[in-house]
Design a protein around this ligand. Structure first.
Ligand code: ADP
Length: 447
């Protein structure tokens, strides 16, 4: 059987719940009203008889009845009987036709012809052996009639109530599920159009649907980023690998035709090796950038002192100590991934060596201001023309390929910028052609 929609299920459940509660409430009301009616009549019987007993005195002869004695009060009839149970005063109600033996101080229900009576007797002694009986009679409340009336009301009101409950429940379920309809429609639209840029965009809130929508939007965002990064990777890889592959193919064809000596072969193999290395670097850099964009690159962040980190890191690098100097005036705390930060520093310092003359210095400096932490790499190299200063951050952009050595592929600075962003920071560049360049990483203080 096809499962009913959740809205229908909720409507049915709510209606059933309300109907059950209405029936329970009705039963409860019935029991309570019957109990209250019985208790009230019993109370009236006791109170009337108690008040009458103070106004009558049993003697050897006729009982003395004082003023205020009432034979009929609040539906209660009071009768006075002699010791041998003959009626002395009061009038037995016409409808009371039952035989009820006397019993002191006990309320009993006595069935008469058409109805029932509650009967209570009190023995009023005049001396050790003699006395009179005081009897109270009251019609027992007709619980059956009350039940009957309530049932008739219930039979008329209950279907109406169930109908209203069903309508109300459906309305509530529809209102509550409206955001879900919106979420489903957006997901369907994204699926149909194969366009991941759609968002649900519910206003932020603490309710389950707002959180679900926010999670979905977050997921769509990640999916979109992931798809874009993958697309970019495929486009970049297929474009950038074309050149080294055609160089390798050309070298192979040339070698097949013209290489004769072992030296010729060794030279060709070495060239193929270089191109293969270049391809391998390019692929691993592209993969790493794609993973960073997709958010799946290992980016566990740690608190670390930047001054100490830079000291340890630079000591491990094979950089010429005559050309490289490190200045750290403080050890500010940052939150960073050591591996990525190391990659950023290596790129900047190696570029600085690459794009400056042999006899110039490269200086790495760490300092901190009140607002931010700065790591700068300064060289006295060729510098970058103002019109290129924006462009160098783009993938594969190289200013002057004749200056760039064979190792370059134009991905380094793009990766540097990506790593800075991952650390909630940014890069700036100050460069004067012919004088030198300073690349600066700006990071926030660790909270
Ligand atoms: P690659 O170094 O592999 O060419 P990068 O992305 O690291 O790629 O750099 C992009 C371009 O920016 C380089 O080709 C180079 O022209 C220029 N560049 C980078 N760093 C410097 C520097 N310190 N001094 C001068 N030019 C630089």
């Amino acid at each position: 059987m096809r499962k009913k929609s959740i809205k229908t299920q909720i409507t049915c459940l709510l209606t059933l719940l309300m109907a059950t509660m209405a029936i329970l409430l009705l039963t409860f009301m019935l029991i309570i009203s019957n109990t209250i009616a019985t208790q009230t009549v019993r109370h009236q019987l006791i109170e009337t008889l108690r008040s009458n007993i103070t106004l009558v005195e049993a003697t050897d002869k006729k009982p003395v009845i004082e003023d205020g004695f009432s034979y009929y009060h609040n539906g209660v009839t009071t009768l006075i009987y002699s010791q041998n149970e003959s009626l002395l005063a009061g009038q037995i109600p016409v409808s009371f036709k039952a035989e009820a033996p006397f019993e002191n101080g006990v309320i009993r229900t006595v069935d008469s012809e058409d109805n029932s009576y509650l009967v209570l007797d009190f023995w009023l002694a005049s001396d050790w052996e003699h006395g009179i009986w005081l009897r109270g009679l009251v019609e027992a409340p007709n619980n059956e009639a009350l039940t009957h009336n309530l049932l008739i009301i219930a039979l008329i009101a209950l279907p109406l109530f169930i109908l209203l409950a069903a309508l109300g429940s459906y309305h509530i379920a529809r209102r509550a599920f409206r955001p879900l309809d919106h979420i489903t429609a957006t997901a369907e639209a994204i699926n149909d159009a194969k366009d991941l840029s759609g968002r649900i965009g519910l206003p932020p809130g603490e309710d389950e649907f707002s959180r679900l929508a926010a999670d979905f939007d977050h997921m769509f965002e990640r999916l979109e980023r992931s798809f874009e990064a993958e697309k970019q990777f495929t486009a970049d890889a297929s474009h950038e690998l074309r050149t080294p592959i055609s160089i390798i193919k050309g070298a192979c064809e040339y070698a097949e035709k013209y290489d004769e000596t072992p030296e010729d072969h060794a030279e060709t193999i070495s060239m193929i090796h270089r191109q293969a290395d270049k391809m391998s670097v390019l692929i691993s850099q592209l993969l790493s950038m794609t993973r960073m964009e997709q958010g799946i690159e290992h980016t566990a962040m740690d608190h670390l002192g930047l001054g100490d980190f830079v000291h340890t890191f630079c000591n491990e690098q094979p950089w010429d100590s005559k050309r490289f100097s490190l200045i750290t005036t403080s050890n500010p705390m940052i939150i960073a991934n050591p591996e990525l930060l190391g990659r950023l520093i290596r790129n900047l310092v190696e570029n600085a060596f690459k794009y400056s003359k042999e006899d110039t210095m490269v200086i790495l400096e760490v300092c901190s201001t009140e607002e931010e932490i700065l790591l700068s790499v300064k060289d006295q190299g060729f510098g970058i023309a103002p019109e290129d200063q924006e462009k160098i951050w783009k993938r594969f952009y190289q200013v002057d390929t004749s200056r760039s050595s064979d190792e370059g592929n134009g991905l380094g600075l793009s990766m540097v910028e990506q790593i800075a962003k991952l650390h909630n920071g940014y890069m700036t560049l100050h460069s004067i052609p012919g004088v030198g360049s300073t690349f600066t990483l700006h990071l926030p203080h660790a909270k």
